[in-house]
Each structure stands twice: as structure tokens, then as C-alpha cells.
Write a protein that binds this ligand. Structure first.
Ligand code: PGA
Length: 246
């Protein structure tokens, strides 16, 4: 049985005062039958850790350096994230791939750094609208998985299917579209000789309180990576409750 996981990706939003209120609200979600992670921007990890440390809600980071340490101005290593109380790290988010030029090779190095530090990676994959419409969605996702999973062995990697056309657009994949791709991803994991049954696969892309339950009802959807809707405590709590009830 795979425990449901809901991850809030705050992206580049928030400030000390707003975070304090949001963290207070998020803590109310703990104690349910769902694992909950929040990923604030780097400068606020310490603030979040202080509030979350006894709460049962876990802390994650949105990105990590591809290098272990050294002269890499502006970068943040996996060891630093661990030091700040993170147990999870999002790797290969489509915004990183598209806006910051992260290739499958860079994503693979980051995954390696994360597992080496003893943290759990959340590897994001997903096709663009143009790739889906030209019938290449599975091919793109398979190549992102191959690049990312090359180094994974049997670690506790979580995968997140995030169709690029569904991120921040209000256009969610239908449960049938999402379930179809999740089933395909699980099969890809099995084909790499990894444990397809136990790996958790999250759906991400305009998840909100109104569509969460039908997504969580799909057999291969094990939770959600939530962007916009994670910035409002009540909405995020409703998504967590839907996961706990599924
Ligand atoms: P969204 O973002 O929920 O705002 O679509 C999801 C994500 O980018 O992880």
C-alpha cells in the first residue's frame, strides 16, 4: 500500500509575515493519513523548519546544486539543505528545465547529489502541449525518466508527472489522461528493474480542492505536487484531506 503524499511547491512566493501565517495553517493538516511536505523558497527554509520541526509536516526544497560543494556562487548544496532540516528535494521541475536550461544530464547529477546526502528526491517529468499534440508525450516522459533514473538504484525516489500545459494554467489533465501516463511511468520504472509497485507517482498541474479527489481516486496516482493552491492554507488543507480520504 503506497501512502498518499501531498507536496506544496511555493515557488518564488511569500515573505516572512505571509509564510508565518501559511505555515500555521498548514500545520493543522498534520495527523491525517497522508504525508505532507512544503517547499518554501531557500531564504525561508530556516523559518519553515523552526515552525514545522515538531509538527509532522516535512520540509522540502525546490532545487539543489548539481555539485557537492566548492566555488559555485549562488548555489545551494544538498548537504546544506539537509543541515537546514529538509528531507525532500524537488528535482527537474519543468520551470527549471525550460527557464534555466536544465538538461536530463544536469537533472541526473542533481538526483545523485540528493540521494548521496540521504535526502528523498521528487523527480519531475512531463511533456509540453506541442509534444502531446504531436503524439510524443510518452517518448518525452520516458527519456526524462531514463536520464533521471540512471543513478537511482532502489532509493526512495518519488516521481511527479507534471504535464507542462497543465502547470499554472488552470487546465488540469483529466483523470483518464493522468492515470494513463502514471501507468506508463510505473511500467517504465519496472522496465529499469526498479520496484514499480512501491514507487510513488504524484500528479502536478493545476491541482485544486475541486479536482483533487477524482485524481486521487485513480489507481496509479499517489498524491499531488501542488503549486498555486499550496499558497492558501485552507485550499491546501482540503487537498490533503482529499488525499487522506482516498
Ligand atoms: P500549479 O503548479 O499547481 O500552480 O499548476 C504545479 C507545479 O508547478 O508544481
Amino acid at each position: 500500500m503506497r501512502k498518499k503524499l501531498v507536496v506544496g511547491n511555493w515557488k518564488m512566493n511569500g515573505d516572512l509575515a505571509r509564510n508565518a501565517a501559511l505555515l500555521e495553517g498548514v500545520c493543522a493538516a498534520s495527523g491525517q493519513d497522508v504525508e505532507i511536505v512544503v517547499c518554501p523558497p531557500f531564504p525561508y527554509l530556516a523559518q519553515a523548519h523552526e515552525r514545522l520541526v515538531q509538527s509532522g509536516v516535512l520540509l522540502g526544497a525546490q532545487n539543489v546544486a548539481a555539485f557537492a560543494d566548492g566555488a559555485f556562487t549562488g548555489e545551494t548544496s544538498a548537504a546544506m539543505l539537509k543541515d537546514l532540516g529538509c528531507s525532500w528535494v524537488i528535482v527537474g521541475h519543468s520551470e527549471r528545465r525550460a527557464l534555466f536550461g536544465e538538461s536530463n544530464e544536469v537533472v541526473a547529477s542533481k538526483l545523485h547529489r540528493v540521494t548521496e546526502a540521504g535526502l528523498c528526491p521528487i523527480l519531475c517529468v512531463g511533456e509540453t502541449l506541442e509534444q502531446r499534440e504531436s503524439g510524443r508525450a510518452e517518448e518525452v516522459v520516458a527519456s526524462q525518466l531514463a536520464g533521471g533514473l540512471a543513478d537511482m538504484g532502489s532509493s526512495r525516489c518519488v516521481l511527479a508527472y507534471e504535464p507542462v500545459w497543465a502547470i499554472g494554467t488552470g487546465r488540469t489533465a483529466t483523470p483518464v489522461q493522468a492515470q494513463g501516463m502514471h501507468e506508463f511511468i510505473r511500467e517504465c520504472v519496472r522496465r529499469r528493474g526498479l520496484d514499480g509497485e512501491s514507487v510513488r507517482i504524484l500528479y502536478g498541474g493545476s491541482v485544486n480542492p475541486a479536482n483533487a479527489a477524482e485524481l486521487f481516486a485513480c489507481p496509479d496516482i499517489d498524491g499531488a505536487l501542488v503549486g498555486g493552491a499550496s499558497l492558501e492554507a485552507n485550499g491546501f488543507l482540503a487537498i490533503c484531506a482529499a488525499a487522506a480520504a482516498s
